[in-house]
Design a protein around this ligand. Structure first.
Ligand code: UDP
Ligand code: MG
Length: 309
């Protein structure tokens, strides 16, 4: 019988874990004629009772495994740990908050089996229940990154998907430290079927992503999957040089027509500030890439395990 590993990253999810466990057990029950399940909970350094609850599940259920991190390493690290430790022929990643309905796994499995896809992924078509500014920035982010990156990153894609062993092995080959899994999925390729569904609000508990965390995460995506900002800084430099040459001609000609009135220091200040700003901006872009390269060369582990079963 084929085995499906369900990877569940959990960070402070004590409010929702019981519901989630019931749901996923229901999903496993529905599929018991075709596949068996393994539940792999990744406790991402939770400070509440998350780990205790997971251990309680593990006591009564052999299908439950867990890995507990020594601190909060982030969802990306949790997913990577899950991929490394999943033993199934198929691997699913889903959130603990029931925003990714476990019962969809059955359909996903069917698509992979019958239509020969390598993975089945979900994307949400509405963003209702989300703050308006956040949706706006999210849309802008996807438009921008798809313009400047060769890797396709699908708007509204969730991390919820089911994939074959072959695809998981490909993800494991990508061992970079600054991880942006949505981009990695696109980068490794393979055939993906997209299922669309309406946004569901989380069953209990609070979202772990603040606006700033998301902003930093989006920069991770851009720096990780495009070098266009670097090219942009060279182009800006070039354009500034052209403008400077034009300005020189303008000033020389003006001198011959109007003589040399000693005025214009306010405009000079503006120009100096403007150019200074652009220079710092370009150095800033460069530093983003340098910082990432610096972190990669350190070769630190992506996560540290405190306990596992
Ligand atoms: N999560 C995690 N580590 C973190 C933040 C989140 O493992 O540092 C998990 C969280 O427990 C949940 C999933 O990632 O299972 C998605 O998080 P959340 O629901 O807060 O994000 P949203 O759905 O609002 O994007
Ligand atoms: Mg959520």
């Amino acid at each position: 019988m084929e085995k499906i590993s369900a990877i569940v990253p959990c960070y402070n999810e004590e409010d929702v874990l019981e519901y989630f466990y019931n749901e996923i057990c229901g999903a496993a029950e529905e599929m018991k004629s075709s596949a068996e399940f393994e539940f792999l909970f990744i406790d991402d350094g939770s400070k509440d009772k998350t780990l205790e609850i997971i251990k309680k599940f593990a006591e009564n259920d052999d299908r439950v495994h867990y890995i507990s991190f020594s601190r909060n390493f982030g969802k990306e690290s949790a997913m990577y740990a899950g991929f490394q430790n999943a033993a199934g022929d198929y691997v699913a990643v889903l959130d603990a908050d029931l925003q990714d309905p476990p019962r969809l796994i059955k359909d996903m499995y069917r698509y992979i089996k019958e239509e020969n896809y390598d993975s089945v992924a979900t994307r949400r078509v509405t963003r209702c229940g989300e703050p308006v500014i956040r949706s706006f920035f999210a849309r802008c982010f996807y438009k921008l990154i798809n313009k400047i990156s060769k890797t396709e990153i699908v708007d509204g894609a969730r991390d919820f998907r089911l994939m074959t062993r072959q695809m998981v092995d490909a993800i494991l080959e990508v061992t970079e430290y600054n991880r942006f899994t949505k981009g990695i999925y696109g980068w490794i390729g393979f055939e993906t079927k997209w299922i669309e569904y309406e946004n569901v609000e989380r069953a209990a508990g609070k979202t772990k992503w603040s606006f700033w965390k998301l902003l930093i995460y989006s920069m991770e995506g851009i720096v990780g999957f495009s070098t266009a900002p670097l090219a942009l800084s060279s182009i800006v430099g070039l354009v500034m040089c052209l403008v400077a040459v034009l300005a020189i001609f303008f000033i020389i000609i003006r001198k011959f027509i109007f003589g040399d009135p000693t005025s214009g220091w306010p405009s000079l200040v503006c120009i100096i500030l403007f150019i200074g700003g652009i220079q710092l901006f370009c150095v800033g872009i460069l530093s983003q890439y340098m910082a990432k390269a610096y972190l990669e060369t350190k070769n630190r582990p992506i996560y540290v395990v405190k306990e596992k079963r």
